[in-house]
Ligand binder design. Structure first.
Ligand SMILES: [Zn+2]
Ligand SMILES: [Zn+2]
Length: 278
């Protein structure tokens, strides 16, 4: 199934598709992959020591500087995109504020990248902009600057990275995927911020580590074989999981599968790792 066919079948997603796709496209037109792929021994160290790539000082400084430049440019473009009126207004406020405060764009990108949600929240209040917007645009920029190679699950499988946060940016995963491997199914997690995929234990809760399977509830949406929700009764989180292969472009996108979230939310569980929810 192509993305367009999927959207035709799910007309309620078309407005979101316009917003997400147009921002993604505009960001990728304005940015280039700026970071070189680190050598394997560097990736191995991330796997062994657990410090994500973007939390390495030198890498972090470069990404903040590059993404701040992109942020200043993209807010000028938003008014021409088919996004909501509210987003266009937010972009205008930001464009004006960037003109007045020279360091503002890099201060915002720094708070996004170090994931200091408290200070980001304060800063957004100070300049009267909506936080979800700045998070969505900010993470799109970070993702666009990173080389595609570093986001591949095979890269992290090779160096045996198996932690419950993203090896590239450090965010908690937003979704999972079960894939067929030689010894049965293997689980991979995916990041809503930088879109990296990495391997993790096949069972148990990815958020709190609960491995008592009696406390994991598996929810299957009606009329859909491709998505399951693994909900943990211990920490009340659920992991939306794509249980097939080859349609990752659709079924590993959090926004394109948002109608499945209702199942988890209505049962009293919560999503984690979503960019716009902080
Ligand atoms: Zn990430
Ligand atoms: Zn849990």
């Amino acid at each position: 199934m192509t993305f367009d066919e999927y959207l035709a079948k799910h007309p309620f997603l078309q407005e979101s598709a316009k917003v997400y796709n147009s921002i993604e496209e505009a960001v990728s037109n304005l940015t280039k992959e700026k970071l070189a792929v680190p050598p394997e021994h560097f990736l191995k160290r991330i796997a062994d020591e657990g410090l994500p790539l973007l939390q390495e000082k030198a890498v972090q400084e470069k990404v903040i500087a590059d993404s701040a430049v992109a942020l200043e440019k993209i807010v000028q473009e938003i008014k021409n995109l088919p996004v909501t009126r509210e987003m266009q207004e937010t972009a205008e406020i930001l464009a004006k504020a960037f003109g007045e405060k020279k360091e503002l764009a890099s201060a915002l990108m720094e708070l996004i990248i170090i994931q200091d949600m408290e200070r980001l929240s304060e800063k957004c209040k100070e300049i009267s902009v909506a936080e979800p917007f700045i998070l969505l645009v900010g993470w799109n920029i970070v993702s666009s600057i990173l080389p595609g190679e570093i986001k591949k699950r095979t890269v992290w499988e090779k160096v045996k990275y198996r932690r419950n946060y993203c090896p590239v940016c450090g965010r908690r995963p937003v979704m999972g995927q079960l894939r067929k491997e030689a010894n049965g199914k293997a689980r991979f997690l995916s990041c809503d911020g930088c879109h990296t995929q990495w391997p993790f234990d096949r069972t148990g809760c990815v958020y709190c580590g609960n491995d008592d399977l009696r406390k994991i509830e598996v929810m299957e949406p009606a009329n859909n074989e491709k998505i399951r929700l693994y909900a943990c009764k211990e920490c009340k989180s659920y992991l939306k999981t794509y249980v097939e292969e080859d349609e990752e472009e659709i079924f590993l996108r959090d926004w394109a599968t948002m109608h499945f979230d209702i199942l988890g939310e209505e049962a009293g569980f919560h999503k984690q790792g979503s960019v716009i929810m902080g």
